[in-house]
Design a protein around this ligand. Structure first.
Ligand SMILES: Cc1ncc(COP(=O)(O)O)c(C=O)c1O
Length: 372
């Protein structure tokens, strides 16, 4: 389906062949055990037990796999997918490179768990400079990184990683597979939280891995089956249903982010604006070359925590909430979660509200919030 447009691919992704009388997307199959053939046992059917086997989950995996251009396995959350990949692939004595400015629970996990397992963990800023990759087993990058929104050139890094015998994994959470296809750019693995824009309705947790390397997919599948970090069938079904509108949601979120970025850039009382879609952003050159769309997420600084609270309280259309990529515009002061950001740093995730409404509301709320 690579000849089709994004909207077409999203509405059709992972759907079974049409059959008269069947729904477009079959409902969730809620099952722990399945009936077994009394003679052949599990060999007679793809479904034996719910932890390894679920047809609703497989349809979602087919859908996400189509969009990423690889084989997909979904997990109970983004963290489950990322930690699963790290634990399935790394062994004592290995070296892993992780972003110093990415999603901070991944860093804590690496220090607390991988470190004590004897894995050497090296933190590198997303925008580089990257050290020599000799002796490195796995490089994991987030691009654009959450929450600072720096980017890295995936094709260049993939070449460097492969020349050194390392694997490259890209966290595609912020971009989504419509924003960029890391496997096409040379990455060995995609990992992501499907909790964010991919599903976009703020009603479920999901993670996934995608790869064209069968050995890697098998290792991570075995990890998932034995640790049991699978999403339930209802969440998998909801996620698949939501995926169909990804193209529409991203288009509005991205347009809203562009308009909000214009507003913020013109205000003297806002500093540190980052949005990779702005030509004056340090990430723009690489982002515009490797990404097909810009995300709805931007970040900026309002000076101090009080001003952020006044801003969010004054806004009618901006909810105080963490996460991002949902239908509703949300603002999150990242330092309140322990992220390594300044007290006034805000990650703003643009929803699908009408652009003029959102821009007017944010302008009025900034006015009402006064100076830092
Ligand atoms: C870039 C990135 N990766 C992974 C995760 C973890 O995803 P989840 O919350 O679904 O476990 C997040 C969550 O915010 C994230 O922003």
């Amino acid at each position: 389906m690579t000849d089709l447009g994004d909207g077409t691919r999203c509405v059709r992704a992972g759907l079974p062949e049409p059959a008269p009388g069947d729904p477009f997307l079959p409902g969730p199959v809620l099952a722990a055990p399945y009936h077994l053939d009394p003679w052949q046992g599990p060999a007679a059917s793809p479904n034996g037990y719910g932890r390894p086997d679920n047809p609703t989950r497989r349809l979602l995996e087919a859908a996400v796999g189509e969009l990423e251009g690889g084989e997909c396995r979904v997990f109970a959350s983004g963290q489950a997918a990322i930690t699963g990949v790290l634990l399935a692939l790394l062994r004592p004595g290995d070296t892993v490179l992780l972003p110093s400015d990415g999603y901070f629970p991944v860093r804590s996990f690496a220090t607390d768990v991988l470190g004590t397992m004897g894995v050497r963990v090296v933190f590198v800023p997303t925008a580089g400079p990257y050290p020599s990759l000799d002796g490195v087993r796995l490089v994991l990058v987030e691009t654009p990184a959450n929450p600072g929104l720096d980017v890295v050139d995936v094709a260049v890094l993939a070449e460097q990683a492969h020349a050194a015998g390392a694997l490259l994994a890209v966290d595609n959470t912020t971009a989504t597979p419509l924003g960029q296809r890391p496997l096409d750019l040379g990455a060995d693995l995609v990992v992501a939280s499907g909790t964010k824009a991919l599903t976009g309705h703020s009603d479920l947790l999901l993670g996934y891995l995608a790869s064209r390397n069968t050995e890697l997919v098998e290792a991570v599948t075995l990890w998932r089956t034995t640790t049991g970090s699978v999403p339930g069938a209802f969440d998998a079904w909801l996620a698949h249903r939501s995926l169909a509108t990804l193209d529409l949601r991203l288009a509005r979120q991205s347009a809203n982010a562009a308009a909000v970025a214009d507003l913020l850039a013109a205000r003297a009382d806002v500093s540190g604006l980052r949005w990779p879609g702005r030509p004056d952003d340090p990430a723009y050159a690489v982002a515009s070359a490797q990404m097909r769309r810009m995300p709805g997420v931007l970040s900026f600084d309002l000076g101090d925590a009080d001003r952020v609270s006044r801003f969010v309280e004054a806004a009618r259309l901006v909810a105080a909430a963490t996460s991002f990529g949902g239908l509703h515009t949300t603002a999150d002061r990242r330092a309140q979660w322990g992220d390594d950001t300044s007290p006034g740093f805000v990650r703003l995730s643009c929803g699908v509200e009408d652009t003029p409404d959102l821009v007017a509301d944010i302008a009025a709320a900034l006015d009402a919030a006064g100076e830092a």
